[in-house]
Design a protein around this ligand. Structure first.
Ligand code: TPP
Length: 576
């Protein structure tokens, strides 16, 4: 006989799923038992289901193919939620298999019973509970196809008794369609876009991850239009390397040259990006937005022309139509400013560099002599020593800022973070997911101390499943990003301090190679050696909590807010 659970596992293997993440138990025991008996698919038991869902989200983002996690009845499934939202908002094709109470008890408020179809209504584009073997493989096909075609999350729930039920004789095996089709843009709309571009003197491009696969054509278009190219954080991978047109990122993590590039252009051409911050778009420009999801067009800034189409196909069509713009002055001006900004940034990796007196004044009062390592220096050292094909993950918090500014996506480096959901605690579990795809590839997690300690238990998974990740903790003893928010809001720092244990010692006790780094003079060697260790490794780098990330345009209110916060802190500390 073939059981419902066996049909599910066989179909997942056929679909190329190589790992399933979760915590075993109750309703899902028939599924894990089928995984145990099936070649080519590995069970990765995590300590917290959220870590499993983040790992799955990372895998699906990196491969573009289906990734799978599981949560047992009730609380086990609830724990998946945050990671599933991360997958949904990152357009990652993920299937979650969730346990449910036995059929006879459904709807009775039974022990652990939660209405999964209601619980996951907002996060899963497809959710259903399998109540009979006759629904298989149909329900599984619809769940998987929804995930891969819409690049989103599906949830299938399995009551305790259904997984072990026998499939009807002669049931067809599951068959799945291939991935989403590329959207061909309307030639008339492309012609309109080309005419608007031709009518402009200067063009700037804002390029997102949606254009990643069209790298060569995107660069050719920038060349033809003499257009500086602002990259979103996610577009760093694939588009940053060997790109003489790029001027870094915009937004709070960005730099002034990106602003200059967009402000100085007549036309802003957005390619495959949903860059979310309206305040960081330039005003008074002709905006052309290209996106294969028509519903996304115009939701961040007012758009003059929307082109519904695959970024690569649209850029290829534009290349044939737009006239060359020989005047390189705007491009050169933007890229020169970008280079100058980058050089100034590198000075910040020097522990003794005085940042125009602003930081020094703040430090004179607040500097912790035991925490002299600048986070910029940590990121720069990792950039220097990491492999050219390393996969990076970053936590939501300041570590994302340091990666954005100091790690260059040369070679075939890849990047994953919680960049649309913005959840903390994502980087380490996402690194686990990335590492499980290829245990021989270097995977480096940039973690906040707040982020890491949220899902600390899953460091154990790195050891128990031989996942040789490198975890770098930017240990500033703070919820650093919130500290900055409070300061910019004119509030004294409150509730952000973290009483951390020695995280290297904790990691060592768990079985990782743990190293604590406190002295700036040992930083470079510690990073180099840590990256060379067979792993898993945790580098607990004690960084300066008063390091400041200056956004590209500091508004008067930011500056006042910052000054008032510092003054209030000073008065508080004097007991006035
Ligand atoms: C799950 C979750 N809780 C709270 C927040 C709000 N938040 C954003 S960044 C941050 C602080 C992060 O601190 P840490 O991980 O130590 O990194 P740092 O900013 O110090 O580098 C907080 C609390 C969030 N984004 N996600």
């Amino acid at each position: 006989m073939t059981s419902v659970a066996e049909v599910i596992v066989a179909a997942l293997v056929q679909q190329g799923v190589r790992t399933v993440w979760g915590v075993v138990g109750d309703a899902l025991n028939p599924v894990t038992d089928a995984i145990r008996r099936t070649d080519g698919i590995e069970w990765i038991g995590v300590r917290h289901e959220e870590a499993g869902a983040f790992a799955t989200s990372a895998q699906a983002q990196l491969t573009g193919t289906l990734a799978v996690c599981m949560g047992t009845v009730g609380p086990g499934s609830i724990h998946l939620l945050n990671g599933l939202y991360d997958a949904k908002k990152s357009h990652a094709p993920v299937l979650a298999l969730c346990g449910q109470v036995p059929l006879a008890h459904m709807g009775t408020d039974f022990f652990q019973e939660v209405d999964n179809d209601a619980l996951f209504a907002d996060v899963a584009a497809f959710r259903h509970t399998i109540t009979s073997p006759e629904q298989m493989p149909g329900l599984l096909e619809r769940a998987v196809q929804t995930s891969i075609v819409q690049r989103t999350v599906s949830v299938l729930s399995l009551p305790g008794d259904v997984g072990a039920m026998e499939m009807p004789k002669h049931a067809a095996p599951a068959r799945f369609v291939s991935g989403p089709a590329r959207v061909v843009p309307d030639p008339a709309v492309v012609a309109d876009a080309a005419a608007r571009i031709d009518a402009a003197e200067t063009v700037a491009m804002l390029v997102g991850i949606g254009a990643r696969d069209a790298r060569e054509d995107v660069l050719a278009l920038a060349d033809q239009l003499s257009a500086p190219m602002v990259l979103t954080l996610k577009a760093k991978e694939g588009l940053e390397r060997d790109n003489p047109f790029q001027v870094g990122q915009s937004g709070l993590i960005g730099n002034p040259a990106s602003r200059r590039a967009m402000e100085g252009a007549d036309v802003l051409l957005m390619l495959g990006t949903d860059f979310p911050y309206p305040d960081w778009y330039p005003a008074g420009k002709v905006v052309i937005q290209v996106d294969d999801r028509g519903a996304h067009i115009g939701r961040r800034t007012a758009v003059d022309l929307g082109v519904v189409g695959d970024a690569g196909l649209t850029v290829a069509a534009l290349l044939e139509r737009v006239a060359a713009k020989p005047d390189r002055s705007h491009l050169e001006d933007s890229t020169e400013h970008f280079r100058a900004w980058r050089d100034r940034q590198l000075e910040l990796t020097d522990p003794d560099y005085d940042h125009k007196g602003i930081v020094a004044r703040v430090r004179a009062k607040l500097d912790n002599p035991e925490a002299r390592i600048r986070p910029e220096a940590v990121a720069a050292a990792i950039d220097a020593h990491a492999a050219q094909d390393a996969i990076f993950t970053t936590d939501t918090g300041m570590s994302t800022v340091w990666l954005s500014r100091f790690v260059e996506f040369t070679g075939t480096r890849r990047l994953v973070g919680s960049y649309n959901l913005g959840s903390m605690a994502n980087a380490m579990p996402q690194a686990l997911g990335a590492q499980a795809l290829d245990r021989d590839r270097q995977v480096i997690a940039f973690c906040g101390d707040g982020g890491l300690t949220m899902l600390l238990g899953d460091l154990i998974t790195a050891v128990s499943h031989q996942l040789p990740i490198v975890v770098v903790v930017f240990n500033n003893g703070r919820l650093g990003m919130v500290k900055l928010e409070q300061e910019q809001g004119g509030m004294p720092e409150f509730g952000t301090q973290l009483a951390n244990p020695d995280l290297a010692a904790v990691a060592t006790a768990i079985g990782l190679h743990g190293v604590r780094v406190e002295d700036p003079s040992t930083l470079d060697t510690a990073i180099r050696d840590g990256l060379m260790h067979p792993g898993p490794v945790l580098l607990d780098v004690v960084t300066n909590p008063d390091e400041i990330s200056l956004p590209p345009k500091t508004t008067a209110s930011d500056a006042w807010g910052f000054a008032i916060a510092k003054l209030t802190e000073e008065l508080d500390s004097r007991g006035t």
